[in-house]
Design a binder for this molecule. Structure first.
Ligand code: NDP
Length: 297
């Protein structure tokens, strides 16, 4: 079997197109422009790239984009004061604090100071609780993007066996909640899991979110399974240049899987598309308007 490639780049463009259409309607009918504020503390080069890309894509779909770049030594009090101001600003519907924060700042405290309705990353403890209890919440962008691709590929996921490798708060755990919400039988694997190969072999759906380059070999994959590769790892090639690879060994997994996401061009582009979708959803909810269909759970 050769797997069908799930093209996250094309799907993300479709999602952005739907967001842009909805934003145009909101402007025309309700004079409403969704606004996203991104807060970056310090000068981490990877974070700077992400923030630039988020700002550009936000503007491209017709939303208002605001960036707050703060010095690396910004005090917790000053950061919390900025968040308080953004929480109270009616033109801002989504607030994203770029992680990781410098060590002297308490990430949990900062994230939990966001207005949960504006927490477009879905990391606030209220959103985590709402998701866990099957209630309407802001859903973390990366798992939301994975779920959208799975629903698009399979239609219903009901009754499927899903294995999520990784139990982080930003990917693994919310991914498992979403799959459970779609009536999969879910196993969460992690670094202490015994016989990981056997666990993965049972799965109709494998979501790998580990951060270890090409860790999952093809012979762990059940024939015809769907493989969603969240990992983004930069490795050095023989010629000294670097390249991005996922957490699964793409070549061997693609020979057994029914469908697979590539790295790059799979989950990555969907993450920012879902951030835009979440900002739109937040703007609709804040104004008592219908939520866009198919852009949230
Ligand atoms: P974390 O480091 O927070 O979590 C990694 C998880 O993998 C942990 O739960 C850990 O288990 C588990 N793990 C580590 N080693 C093994 C092993 N040998 N076998 C089984 N499980 C193992 O990572 P994140 O969840 O933040 O990210 C995971 C990957 O996804 C990274 O490559 C990251 O770059 C990428 N990512 C991609 C995004 C995108 O937009 N495409 C967005 C976010 C992340 P334990 O808990 O026991 O330590």
């Amino acid at each position: 079997m050769t797997a069908q490639v799930i093209d996250g780049k094309a799907f993300a463009a479709e999602v952005r197109g739907k967001v842009a259409e909805h934003v145009t309607r909101l402007k025309e009918k309700h004079d409403l422009v969704p606004g996203l504020a991104v807060v970056l503390v310090g000068e981490d080069p990877a974070s700077q790239v992400y923030v630039r890309s988020k700002g550009k894509q936000t503007t491209e779909v017709g939303m208002k984009s605001v960036e707050h770049k703060l010095d690396a030594d910004t005090s917790e009090a000053d950061l919390l004061a900025l968040i308080d101001k953004l929480n109270k600003d009616d033109s801002i519907h989504g607030i994203l604090v770029q992680l990781p924060l410098p060590k002297h700042l308490n990430e949990d405290l900062v994230i939990n100071s966001l207005d949960p309705a504006k927490d477009v990353d879905g990391f606030h403890i209220s959103n985590v609780g709402l998701l866990g209890t099957g209630q309407k919440s802001m859903v973390p962008c990366t798992p939301l993007g994975c779920l959208m691709m799975l629903r698009h590929h399979h239609g219903s996921l009901s009754g499927m066996d899903a294995v999520v490798i990784g139990r982080s708060n930003i990917v693994g755990k919310p991914m498992a909640q979403l799959l459970l919400g779609d009536s999969c039988t879910v196993t969460i694997a992690h670094s202490r899991t015994k016989d990981l190969a056997d666990v993965v072999r049972r799965a109709d759906i494998v979501v790998a979110a580990v951060g270890r380059p090409e860790m999952v070999p093809g012979d762990w994959i059940k024939e015809g399974a769907t493989v969603i590769d969240v990992g983004i790892n930069r490795i050095e090639k023989d010629d000294g240049k670097t390249k991005l690879v996922g957490d699964v060994d793409y070549e061997s997994c693609a020979k057994r899987a029914g469908a697979i996401t590539p790295v790059p061009g799979g989950v990555g582009p969907m993450t920012i598309a879902c951030l835009l979708a979440n900002t739109l959803t937040a703007a609709c909810r804040a104004n008592g308007l219908d939520e866009p269909e198919g852009l949230t759970v």
